[in-house]
Design a protein around this ligand. Structure first.
Ligand code: M6R
Length: 623
């Protein structure tokens, strides 16, 4: 949540900072700001609203200068107002700071500042307290200094001293009007990356903000503090140790993060799924041995065989993938598997036997709750593996190994392609563990064939987009949507409902089909359609009974089916979406796509802001 960008170089900073913010807008979009220094003058523009409002403001009142910082906000402390937008300033107004995270002890720090001087606060944010604290420490240490080298060292010292007092999380970038061509960044719990250019350097919450300028990046670790100039940078930990900070090549290019011909990122990402599903399994299938090869797990065959229990943890869509993973791993490998909300798991005392293996599932690899769960399980000494898309993310770096999704950047706030990639990877994990135990070669081959068929089958499903659009138009004035499925498709009902809520703002719930009669049926009425995910599988006839129960109460029925399902649904369902067939454990990778499209088309029909839905942010780096 919140995105920060910083620049020191020879070009006009404002344009680069604004462009960077546009790339980070998915991280938060309730207000934005930019501060640029020119010849000892610090100038700022900031306002509530989207980056486009800030761009208008800076067009009206342009900013000039070759170094500065910027921010797009997802409010935590303080309302969405111009005053609460970042950057925030110290008492002198010469130091500007942007922040992503939460300063938990800001009240105490604020009381101290007020007690010890006449500090006036202009905003309600926790961030402003940190700006004042650094500014005060700097002013005290710098009173008699004119030498620019000493100023830099003292500003750095003030940042270090202030951060020693902070409890909470931060990714920060700051500049000072009196310290030319110099920027400081630091992180703890919120991501921060240094972009290394030629005669220019950058700071950003995410490389997508700077990849148009450089693909050389240094991913900072927690407690790193970096001082950045045009032609050099220096990184040391808060404790003063220098450590190892390799420069890595960013995997994707600026082209990969463009919308292309698509109207929205979400639609682009839905349509990328034939490729992303292929990429998730590329080089990971062994046809000869009827198994999967997942070297990134960093486990020997004996260690793989000794796993006695698996915990899958994550949030939101990633958690739904975990729920399918539970069915998958138990079916294919017969290993007891539990799914835990990351936010609950990290604080509760889940009984864990010594042979437990934990998977943290996260597209961004930065979700605070999932990271907290990973750290807690590692602290207890359990092997903890990541299933991440962002290869440089904190979860990817802090886990004992894992499997990358290779889905490319996902910009739409509603997760789509990352979900199907997670499902492919969880199938591979089930296959690998299964083949280390009792899964036969015939069963292993059947799963591999089903996986290999997926990209083409997804192409087929995507061709249904127009049919689904027509359904969305027809149901555009409903009051909500219910989703039902059984077994592997129960989590798909949850995911369908989550997509619907996120981008249409309609009330939506997902349930196991059979739960209908235990209470939910009371909701059924003509303006509340039920989406039934009922492929032609072993539980089809049970599902049919539930559909009849809704029909009898005049609830409209939208069905997703396969094989002979359509024939049997003809007289009962109002809408039938026919999908290609696949083994039940792989089917969710196909059934979820029409639900992504349904939510998308309905949201378009309702005029929603698809890629930046109300109140949400893509990467949730606060608890
Ligand atoms: O980056 P992560 O996969 O850890 O994100 C987890 C959730 O915040 C995320 O899936 C969220 O629920 C999405 N907006 C769902 O579309």
């Amino acid at each position: 949540m919140c995105g920060i960008v910083g620049y020191v170089g020879r070009a006009e900073a404002a344009q680069i900072l604004l462009e960077g913010l546009r790339r980070l807008e998915y991280r938060g979009y309730d207000s934005a700001g930019v501060a640029v220094v020119d010849g000892g003058n610090l100038e700022t523009r900031k306002c509530a609203g989207r980056i486009v409002a800030l761009a208008r403001l800076t067009k009206k009142r342009p900013l000039s200068g070759c170094f500065g910082i910027s921010h797009t906000r997802w409010a935590t402390h303080g309302k969405v107002t111009d005053e609460n937008a970042h950057p925030h300033f110290d008492a002198s107004g010469k130091l500007a700071l942007v922040h992503n995270g939460v300063i938990e002890n800001y009240q105490l720090l604020k009381e101290d500042l007020v007690r010890n001087g006449d500090t006036k606060f202009r905003s309600e944010t926790d961030t402003e307290v940190l700006a004042h604290l650094i500014g005060k420490l700097y002013d005290e240490s710098c009173a008699s200094t004119v030498d620019v080298y000493q100023k830099k060292a003292r500003l750095l010292g003030a940042v270090r001293a202030a951060l020693q007092k902070v409890i909470g999380t931060y990714g920060i970038a700051l500049v000072h009007a009196n310290v030319p061509d110099f920027m400081i960044g630091a992180r703890r719990g919120s991501p921060l990356v240094l972009g290394v250019g030629k005669g220019e350097n950058f700071l950003a919450s995410d490389v997508s903000a700077i990849v148009a300028y450089t693909r050389d990046a240094v991913y900072l670790n927690d407690f790193d503090v970096v001082s950045v100039e045009r032609d050099k940078f220096e990184i040391a930990s808060l404790g003063g140790e220098s450590g190892d900070h390799p420069v890595s090549k960013v995997e994707f290019t600026a082209e990969d993060i463009k919308k292309g011909d698509f109207r929205h990122y979400m639609l682009k990402e839905i349509f990328e799924q034939p490729d992303t599903v292929r990429d998730a399994m590329r080089g990971r299938l062994s046809v000869e041995e009827c198994t999967a090869k997942l070297g990134g797990l960093n486990m020997t065959p004996a260690q793989l065989r000794d796993v006695g229990r698996i915990i899958l943890t994550g949030c939101g869509t990633a958690l739904h993938a975990g729920r399918i993973g539970e069915y998958l791993i138990e079916r294919l490998a017969n290993i007891p598997t539990e799914v835990e909300y990351a936010s609950e798991f990290r604080h509760r005392n889940t009984p864990m036997t010594p042979e437990t293996l934990v998977f943290a599932i996260s597209q961004s690899g930065e979700t605070a709750d999932t990271l907290g769960a990973l750290r807690e399980s590692r602290r207890k000494g359990f092997r903890t593996l990541g299933i991440c898309n962002n290869v440089a993310s904190t979860i990817a770096r802090e886990s004992d190994g894992g499997v990358y999704m290779h889905a490319g950047p996902e910009i739409g706030v509603a997760a789509t392609k990352s979900f199907t990639s997670q499902l492919v990877i969880l199938t591979l994990i089930g296959l690998l563990f299964g083949r280390m135990r009792n899964l036969s070669t015939a069963e292993g081959s059947r799963i591999i064939e089903a996986l290999e068929a997926l990209p083409e089958q997804i192409e087929e499903v995507l061709k249904l987009s127009d049919q689904i659009k027509a359904i969305a138009k027809k149901y555009a004035d409903v009051n909500g949507v219910l989703f039902f499925g059984r077994q592997f498709n129960f989590p798909i009902a949850l995911e369908g409902a989550l997509k619907m809520k996120e981008i249409t703002y309609l009330f939506a719930e997902g349930h196991p089909s059979a739960e209908l009669k235990h209470g939910i049926i009371a909701l059924v009425r003509p303006d509340l359609p039920s989406v039934f995910i009922v492929p032609d599988d072993a539980v089809f006839s049970k599902n049919l009974n539930n559909i009849e129960q809704v029909k009898a109460r005049k609830g409209p029925i939208i069905s997703l089916t396969s094989g002979n399902g359509a024939k049997q649904l003809k007289e009962i369902a109002n809408e039938i979406i026919s999908l290609p067939d696949a083994p039940d454990c792989v089917m969710p990778i196909l059934t979820v796509i029409p639900l992504q499209l349904l939510a998308y088309h309905l949201a378009v029909e309702l005029g929603r802001d698809i890629d930046k839905p109300r109140n949400l942010a893509k990467s949730v780096t606060v608890e």
